[in-house]
Design a protein around this ligand. Sequence first.
Ligand code: NAD
Length: 489
Amino acid sequence: EQNMNSLIMIFGATGDLAKRKLFPSLYRLFERGRLTNKFAVIGVARRPLSNDEFQQSVKDSVVAALGRDKNIEEFISHFYYQSHDVTDSNSYISLKKFAEQIDYHYSLDGNRIFYLAMAPEFFGTIALHLKSDGLTDVSGYKRLVIEKPFGHDLESAKELNKQIRTAFSEEEIYRIDHYLGKEMVRNIEVIRFANAIFEPLWNNRYISNIQITSSEILGVEERGRYYETSGALRDMVQNHMMQMVALLAMEPPIKLSTNEIRSEKVRVFRSLRAVEGEEVKDYFVRGQYGEGTIEDEQVQAYRNEPMVDKQSTTETFVAGKVMIDNFRWAGVPFYIRTGKRMTEKSTKIVIQFKDIPMNLYYQTEKMLNPNLLVIHIQPEEGITLHLNAKKAGGHLDAQEVKLSFANTGVHAMNTPEGYEKLLFDCMNGDATNFTHWDEVAYSWSFVDKISKFWQKEQASFPNYQSGTMGPNAADELLEKDGFFWWPVT
Ligand code: NAD
């Protein structure tokens, strides 16, 4: 039985992430009785605020996100605020004293979670100070939760990792990939390993290709300054897309423990076919949105967005073919695709099975549809299995039928996504759905080779219109293998 009592320190408590995700998620845990009375939160940020003002902002964010406030006064009474300068030792020393008082008051057994919800350039500095100024000298557990991005490339990720490892061991580090908190991402493993009808087919003998799409309608919004230093490859592919590839491709773990699951995922990363130099052109496509129309609204090109360079070569779209060179997957392409200003907001996975050996139900021109297993990650959550069955009343014609399971009722609109589960896991000491350093490192080294090639090559941007599914080259990527992106709904 894990000791859930803990003092959670949120660095960046006046920020967007804290307000939109962390406070509402903590509240949901609280209302469902998953937090004991022994918890407290110290919000840390630069601007001066009183405890009352901070508690009011927590309350406001809960109401804004969830539209309810039952027992909110009791909830916010656990929240405290400390104004803080992340580069100043004195700040940490007073924070340490304050934390000790709170710990004593709530009997938190010296357990501490440090949640870094701040600009990533401060991650290393904060970790070093937590150690040197004594905040990590605790009698209970200490855990570091660290937001994305984890570095900018392998080099900077290593540097960051070195800094945080001076204060925390690998087991104490919880690197957030919020996709791993999503209900249906967690379901991939169950669908695969709990069903006799899938696992025997889950290999290159029966699967022809796998397609993972994560599309957004939104453009870069106010994040232009950050996005210009990042782009879709770093912001989406290195972490979320590659994590989904790993979950789909991994071998069954010996058991469902953190170490076993993570090591199977690492083995997938180790089997990735490295793509570099001119080869990148055969495997990856980048795009940047131009102007266009989305949902009847005229939107501007990426290059005209605030804080974006008029000549920017930052990609807002990536499509790629990922090959996993191991026994199970040899020859099966994993196509990934992600971008902004696309047709719809959606994340889904399509597993396309190979054709049956002979088609008895030919209807002159119409081929049989292959079987598809679609895993809907968001906004809908569910599974659809595409089968062929006899057309009712007709002769022996086959038609496509869909078996659907919709994960409704579990989630209402505006769920704080996976953060609720991830926070709970962290308090429970379960790091399974956080990324291990080895996964991060392998994934960066895969992605770095692609960005290195792109840096040298001219990009002819913009190359896709807002409100479309990306540049034509993304379709050609599959066409040359004899496939196409399934427009499944
Ligand atoms: P934000 O700019 O809204 O908030 C930054 C916070 O840091 C504020 O509370 C600010 O007061 C504090 N801060 C900044 N400089 C400081 C200093 N010198 N000393 C003390 N405090 C300081 O940022 P955000 O959107 O909340 O993002 C925080 C982190 O979460 C980033 O790493 C971001 O990449 C990551 N993230 C955010 C989202 C999101 O939806 N906002 C999603 C995924 C990951």
